[in-house]
Write a protein that binds this ligand. Structure first.
Ligand code: GDP
Ligand code: MG
Length: 370
């Protein structure tokens, strides 16, 4: 592996790039100013200037944090995180809307006013469930392609008056590929043509086998219009969550995932974050993909400022140096300098990958022209 360029090495040692080039020449190497040097060359050159080299990988700071094991006693149950998927027009948005309006936590008079990418609802017996508020497959796959897992359970919506359709099958495949359990919501039960048995049979062909057919997938018959069956659906979500023993340690340094990010005219860069472990606090330094920052302010889905956010809690966060992407993992670090180092290292790697790609393109273009 190659590390830094001739000019970076010169900067680090406080000498001119030409001096490094000359030293390399004396050591029998012809190098250019932007050339990357391998470890042994860096050591040789640095020695000529009276330096000793220590190689540090910025990412190690993150690895260290992630290797820290939680004391089982510190683990507490956390809300399950749900993504709603299914074929177009089968009622994903209607279901999310109904749940959002009907299950807002008590004492939140204003309801859910703020778009923070997800929201927490409370079942009738006061247990929390977090819903990602953009249904759909793209968000789910975008997350997964960045190595993020932001969903514990998929609710698969299938319209009882329709059938298993291409996007139903796609959703099943995504959930299975991600190892995420599926709970079926057979929707539009209020409609005259509703035939839930037909849907269950069709699902079985795709290895989604409901309990009454001897399988392990829970199913609820619902209407997103009347609300019928929705409390039962939420109960089933909680039963599944209990089986999964979803737990987190609120006492450790936080990590989470970026759900989406944008530039706001007044606030600057805002990102919707789902905290996955630990507790995120105002003032925390963090890295998220190739971006870094310090938590300036956080708002919850009710539009209220919060000082901290624990596991499975979605917040809108300001304090980024640059716009992160959905699926970027956010990790809190003890100091901003470390966060910046990691972000810089990632940016550099990304730039080089892009450069390599563009070089490939040029070669390709050339050969096409020949
Ligand atoms: P999405 O594409 O999966 O998000 O589906 P929508 O939520 O936009 O719903 C598509 C259409 O079906 C809309 O006209 C809804 O009003 C209607 N719809 C959704 N759920 C139900 C339901 O339970 N019963 C009835 N009768 N109509 C529904
Ligand atoms: Mg929709």
């Amino acid at each position: 592996t190659e590390f830094i360029t001739v000019s970076d090495l010169a900067d680090l040692m406080g000498v001119k790039a030409n001096e490094v080039i000359t030293t390399c020449m004396n050591l029998g190497m012809m190098v250019s100013i932007n050339q990357r040097l391998d470890a042994s060359t860096i050591e040789l050159v640095a020695e000529e200037f009276g330096y000793e080299v220590e190689f540090v990988d910025a990412e190690e700071a993150i690895e260290e944090i992630q290797l820290e094991e939680d004391d089982p006693e510190d683990l507490e149950p956390r809300a399950p995180i749900i993504t709603v998927m299914g074929h177009v027009d089968h009622g994903k948005t209607s279901l999310l809307d109904y749940i959002r309006k009907s299950h807002v936590a008590e004492g939140e008079a204003g309801g859910i006013t703020q778009h923070v990418g997800a929201y927490e609802v409370q079942t009738d017996d006061d247990r929390p469930i977090t819903f990602l508020d953009t249904p759909g497959h793209e968000a789910f796959t975008a997350m997964r392609s960045r190595g993020a897992k932001a969903t514990d359970i998929v609710i698969l919506v299938v319209a009882a008056d329709d059938a298993v359709m291409p996007q139903t099958i796609e959703a099943i495949n995504h959930a299975k590929a991600g190892g995420v359990p599926i709970i079926v919501a057979i929707n539009k039960m209020d409609k005259p043509g509703a035939d839930p048995d037909k849907i269950k049979q069709q699902l079985a062909e795709y290895d989604v086998i409901v309990e009454e057919y001897g399988g392990t997938n829970q199913a609820a018959e619902v209407s997103a219009m009347t609300g019928d069956g929705i409390p039962e659906l939420l109960d089933k979500v909680l039963i599944e969550a209990e089986l999964m023993e979803l737990k987190a340690n609120p006492d450790r340094t936080a990590d989470g995932v970026v759900l989406e990010a944008r530039v706001d005219k007044g606030k600057g860069i805002v990102a919707n974050i789902l905290v996955q472990n630990g507790t995120l606090e105002v003032g925390d330094a963090f890295v998220a993909g190739p971006c870094f920052g310090r938590v300036r302010a956080m708002e919850n889905e009710h539009g209220n400022r919060v000082e901290s956010a624990g596991p499975s809690v979605p917040v809108q966060l300001t304090g980024f140096d640059d716009i992160p992407q959905a699926g970027d993992k956010l990790v809190v670090l003890e100091d901003e300098k470390k966060a910046k180092d990691i972000a810089n290292q990632r940016q550099q790697i990304r730039r080089e990958q892009e450069l390599r790609k563009s070089k490939h393109l040029t070669l390709d273009d050339l050969s096409r022209r020949l």
